[in-house]
Structure formats: structure tokens, C-alpha cells
Write a protein that binds this ligand. Structure first.
Ligand SMILES: Cc1cc2nc3c(=O)[nH]c(=O)nc-3n(C[C@H](O)[C@H](O)[C@H](O)COP(=O)(O)OP(=O)(O)OC[C@H]3O[C@@H](n4cnc5c(N)ncnc54)[C@H](O)[C@@H]3O)c2cc1C
Ligand code: SF4
Ligand code: SF4
Ligand code: SF4
Length: 381
């Protein structure tokens, strides 16, 4: 078995190489941190190098001289916005495609709450692929499925991380007038293996099956800073920063190595639209800030401009400048935590139930030391 990348940082796990190989010579395998990586077998490989050509990390090319447009938006239909993580730009674009008998691809929960991209073609199925899932999504079979749909001359909308969008562009390798590509502003994706262990641990703790997890529950009008989940019909809700898994995510301990060196964390990307949370909406347009989410939208292409003209009737919107939408993940990747190595070492060695206790104890000690340090130094760093 041969690796297709030199260092782990050079593989974002998009799976385009595995989908493009018609000889079935590439398998995605899970490493000890719970991330998927491709492995190439010598038997069956005819050395066509298609797997290298579709790799978004090896082939990141961005069109230069593009004039982009920037907007703040929220869906007029309140139901669409409240069932979304941000301002509901994604479902508005999805409806544009569904109205044309097209298909939409987004991240949904599958068996055991694992996150995979799925295709939908009916409005009643849209909710399953709405909402942010802070877990790396699997695209197994999705590139091929999109290729088939485009051959049938259907409209297709794909929404995912910018590296997934770049992988898809390279996979298709031609202009597709009916393909709409939407990439997210991306903090980085956490380990599906750690997510699986966390779900199992919660299910054991509360003695039942988990049926939903909302990473950005907005019902308190708090910009989605609450997360909630349902086990055996009972709902549990916590602050996003108190939840064990989310705390590991936002402490930069469980992101994929490639996310810490990511070259897609910029405004200059391929694809038609970029969507994210409108950070700083309270300063740029305070009257729009109701705690229920406002999306920032960047139009990159002529196709995006044309579709914008069609969908803007379904949005409350305002035009703005690049500086208004800029946020950390549009100017560089998330920094890795200095504790990631030791964290992963303990994760690999210990059962999750023990590991989570150790993590919590370490977090309490860190918080205490922080407080003592602030008292003795009078807050000076
Ligand atoms: C891992 C991750 C990190 C993010 N980091 C930032 C950030 O730093 N700053 C910021 O402004 N916005 C970030 N976002 C985007 C933001 O959370 C919203 O998803 C985005 O604004 C779209 O919101 P919406 O209301 O328009 O659509 P929604 O209806 O909420 O739809 C969300 C869309 O994201 C897709 N999606 C959800 N989870 C995943 C996943 N794991 N992988 C691929 N696609 C997925 C869904 O399929 C859907 O298309 C991140 C999203 C994810 C998934
Ligand atoms: S070189 Fe061609 S045949 Fe070999 S693994 Fe890559 S895509 Fe498959
Ligand atoms: S195509 Fe994607 S999964 Fe394959 S090596 Fe490149 S980044 Fe990794
Ligand atoms: S941070 Fe970069 S490498 Fe990581 S998922 Fe997002 S786009 Fe891909």
C-alpha cells in the first residue's frame, strides 16, 4: 500500500482521488486520530495519474483578476433561516435548484450520526442537509454521482468546504453551466473518529440512541452559541463552549492536520459563491442583528451574479465591501494548539470514558492556573 501524499498536512481527505480511480486501486483508510486518508494498492493501478491530477492540495489554482461582490443577507422566509445555522443563504440557493428539478448535495447525519454528503431532490428533504456539522464529512461516491447527474443535464448544487469544492472542480475538469458550487468559510474540520467516540459515550451515559445534534442551536437568539442534542426523545442543551466535543474543537485540538496549513482560507477561491457567518454585523448593520444569524456572501463568477439576480427577491440583503466581511478564516488558517500532540497521544492510548475525564481535569487546572496567573501579574501577559 502506497501513500498519495508526503506529509499528513498535504492531504485534506476530500476523497476525490478514490472516486476518480476507475480501477478501484484507492481505498480511504482511517488513521489513529480518526481521519480518513487514501491508500493506493499496486495491484490494479495502471499509473494513469488521474488521482494526482484531481488532488486539490497539489493543484490549487485560483483565477486571477476576478472582480468579486460582497453582501450581507438573511432569508425572508423565517422558517428557512431558523432551520439554518447562519442567515439561510444555502437553503435559498438550494430552492433555486430544486425548483428547476435539480439535485442538491450537502452534509447530513447518517448511520450512527456519522456525517456524509447526501443528495436530495425534494424540498421536504432539505432540512437534513441544512445546518453546520462540525465533523469532517465523507464524500464517498459523491463525485461520481454529481458527474452522472450533470450528464443527465440536471441542475446540481454542491455545498461544502473549499477543499471539497476544489476537488470537485478538478474531478469534473470542464465547464458545467448547470453546476452551482458553494464553498463555506472554513475554520477546519474535526476528526470523525473522535466524533464517533463522543456520540457513543453520550449514548452510554444517557442510555439510548442519539437522533439529532445541533451545533448551532439559535432558539435563544444567541447567534447559535448553544448546542443541543436528542437522545431517546429527550433534549439536552449546553453552551457551545461547555460541550465537551465543541470545547475540543474550539481549542484547536481535533482539527485535521491539513486545516492548520490550509491555503483555502482566503477570499480568493474557486466556485461560484462563498457563504459564512457575517462576523461584525452588529457594527456594519446593527439593525439586522437579531441573534438569529446573518450570512455573508461572496459572488465569484458571472454565473453567481446571474443567479443572485434571481434569488435576491427571497432575501433581505445589503451590499458591502470586502473589508466588511473579512474574518480570521478569510485571511489564514486556524493555528494548531501546542497541546495537540499530547492530546492525541492520550486519545489513542486511553478508553474515551477515561480520556474525557482527564481532558476535563486538565481544562479545570488550566483555567485555575490562568486565574492565579492573572491575579499575580495583575492581568499583564
Ligand atoms: C466545519 C465548518 C467550519 C465552519 N467555519 C466557519 C467560520 O470559521 N466562519 C464562518 O463564517 N462560517 C463558518 N462555517 C460556515 C457556517 O457555519 C454556515 O455553515 C454557513 O454560513 C452556511 O449557513 P446557512 O445559514 O447559509 O446554511 P445552512 O442551512 O446552515 O447550511 C449549511 C451548509 O453547510 C454544509 N455543511 C454542513 N456541515 C458540513 C461539513 N461538515 N462539511 C461540508 N459541508 C457542510 C451543509 O450541507 C449546508 O450546505 C463553517 C462550517 C463548517 C461546516
Ligand atoms: S494512477 Fe490511475 S489507476 Fe493508479 S490509483 Fe491513480 S487513478 Fe487509480
Ligand atoms: S485527492 Fe484529496 S484525499 Fe486524495 S490525496 Fe489529495 S487531498 Fe488527499
Ligand atoms: S480548513 Fe482548509 S483543509 Fe481544512 S477542511 Fe477547511 S478548506 Fe479543507
Amino acid at each position: 500500500m502506497e501513500q498519495l501524499y508526503k506529509r499528513k498536512e498535504a492531504c485534506c481527505g476530500c476523497g476525490a482521488c478514490a472516486d476518480v480511480c476507475r480501477e478501484g486501486a484507492i481505498r480511504m483508510t482511517v488513521d489513529r486520530e480518526g481521519f480518513r486518508y487514501p491508500r493506493r494498492t499496486e495491484e490494479g493501478c495502471i499509473h494513469c495519474e488521474r488521482c494526482v491530477q484531481v488532488c486539490p492540495v497539489k493543484n490549487r489554482r485560483v483565477e486571477r483578476g476576478v472582480s468579486r461582490r460582497y453582501f450581507g443577507v438573511r432569508a425572508k422566509e423565517e422558517k428557512l433561516r431558523s432551520s439554518s445555522s447562519s442567515g439561510g443563504m444555502f437553503p435559498v440557493l438550494a430552492e433555486f435548484v430544486l425548483e428547476r428539478q435539480g439535485v442538491v448535495y450537502g452534509a447530513a447525519y447518517g448511520r450512527g450520526m456519522q456525517v456524509t454528503h447526501q443528495e436530495i431532490s425534494r424540498r421536504e428533504d432539505l432540512a437534513a442537509i441544512q445546518r453546520t456539522k462540525y465533523v469532517q464529512s465523507s464524500l464517498k461516491g459523491i463525485y461520481r454521482s454529481i458527474e452522472r447527474r450533470l450528464r443527465q443535464e440536471r441542475w446540481v448544487l454542491f455545498c461544502g468546504t473549499p477543499c471539497q469544492v476544489q476537488g470537485l472542480l478538478l474531478y469534473l475538469n470542464r465547464e458545467e453551466p448547470r453546476l452551482l458550487l458553494v464553498n463555506l468559510v472554513c475554520y477546519g474540520v474535526p476528526s470523525p473518529g473522535i466524533w464517533r467516540d463522543y456520540v457513543k459515550w453520550l449514548e452510554q451515559k444517557y442510555d439510548g440512541k442519539m437522533t439529532d445534534f445541533s451545533f448551532r442551536d439559535k432558539r435563544k437568539h444567541d447567534h447559535g452559541h448553544t448546542c443541543s442534542y436528542v437522545i431517546e426523545g429527550k433534549e439536552y442543551a449546553y453552551s457551545l463552549y461547555e460541550d465537551l466535543y465543541c470545547s475540543m474543537y474550539f481549542s484547536n485540538l481535533i482539527l485535521r492536520p491539513s486545516c492548520h496549513t490550509c491555503r483555502f482560507c482566503t477570499v480568493e477561491r474557486n466556485g461560484d459563491f462563498t457563504i459564512g457567518d457575517f462576523w461584525g454585523i452588529e457594527k456594519v448593520k446593527p439593525e439586522m442583528d437579531d441573534g438569529m444569524g446573518t450570512s455573508m456572501v461572496i459572488l465569484h463568477t458571472e454565473k453567481a451574479r446571474e443567479i443572485w439576480e434571481e434569488v435576491k427577491k427571497d432575501l433581505f440583503w445589503f451590499a458591502c465591501e470586502e473589508k466588511d466581511v473579512l474574518q480570521p478564516r478569510l485571511s489564514g488558517p486556524t493555528e494548531v494548539s501546542g497541546n495537540r500532540r499530547i492530546f492525541m497521544l492520550f486519545y489513542r492510548k486511553l478508553p474515551f470514558s477515561i480520556f474525557q475525564m482527564l481532558y476535563r481535569a486538565a481544562a479545570i487546572v488550566r483555567a485555575l492556573f490562568g486565574r492565579i496567573h492573572r491575579k499575580t501579574t495583575g492581568g499583564a501577559v
